[in-house]
Ligand binder design. Sequence first.
Ligand SMILES: Nc1ncnc2c1ncn2[C@@H]1O[C@H](COP(=O)(O)OP(=O)(O)OP(=O)(O)O)[C@@H](O)[C@H]1O
Ligand SMILES: [Mg+2]
Length: 334
Amino acid sequence: MVENKYGKRMLKKARAQGWLSVETKAKFERIIQERQTDSHEELAEKLLKHQILTETQIEQLKGELKEETILHMEVTTRNSIFHVKDLHKSYKTPEGEFHALKGINLTIYQGEILGVLGFSGSGKSTLLNILGLLTTPDPVGEIYYNGTTYRELKPKQRDALRNKQFGFIFQESHLLAHLNAIENVALPLRLQNIPESECLERSKEMLRNFMTQGEKDKEKVFFSKKPAQLSGGQKQRLAAARAMVHQPQVIFADEPTGNLDFDTGQMVMDILLKAAREKDATVILVTHNPSQARRYCNRFVWMENGLLKGHLSTGMESTMRLIKQLSGKDVKIK
Ligand SMILES: Nc1ncnc2c1ncn2[C@@H]1O[C@H](COP(=O)(O)OP(=O)(O)OP(=O)(O)O)[C@@H](O)[C@H]1O
Ligand SMILES: [Mg+2]
């Protein structure tokens, strides 16, 4: 007998909402069992007719199921780029070992924008830095990047991978004070020994994507400014251009707009993610901000106390409910 999967998913959701009594749950189950070939519309009609759910409730669940299906298809039809198995990280502290990651299992897909959410100290940056080859994990577990395990990389291979395939953007822009704007953007290209004139041309081209019209009108002036002469938003836009200039496969973004006002933050993120999508780059975005995650991410994970508490590949409303459930705190959505 073919299972009515859609009906079952809807039943599960209605139960999670607390909308079903013992009686209406039994009725719902009977409807699913009896009529295997019901269309989505027929199912909705029956739920309404038997007063199991209201029209508004049905509409909400239909919306959530549709959203989940789209997200699920988008994500699972892609190839995986990272495969993380039982990842641990301990830091040495004066009080002894501190276990910051306690066994993370996670798959990240090519081209997705993955949101990493969680409270301060939960291990988000540690996870990001290990995936980005900026920190080494404890010698248990395994990380595969495009099928290659990190464990087997020689130091030179690690450097080459990090410099060529990864782009980084952090909360602080980390620009070099003695270099001007365009030289800062060009750093990842220089690390690859690309000829200087090509470095500068490609950097200008990338940086223009992140400039306002006013800045473009006087681009020579903008290109030659040192970080100390730039605003916080301008510095972060340079950092975003630098993260993208070498067309990386993966962009690691750790609270990239944490220090910016809302509009500037949105501008940086909009351009960064548009550029990433055009190149089918994967973005791993650490954020404290659920509304930012909602706007940009295809999928979320929630970290708590060195562990992933939930893989949240669901619609945003249910994601927020799950976050609330997992963290015990209310999450505001803008
Ligand atoms: N170098 C270090 N030495 C010792 N402990 C560390 C070190 N780096 C991080 N930790 C600890 O590991 C835990 C996880 O830190 P991490 O920076 O990954 O958290 P986070 O989720 O990114 O937090 P935030 O949201 O505040 O940036 C914290 O308790 C932190 O104090
Ligand atoms: Mg952090």
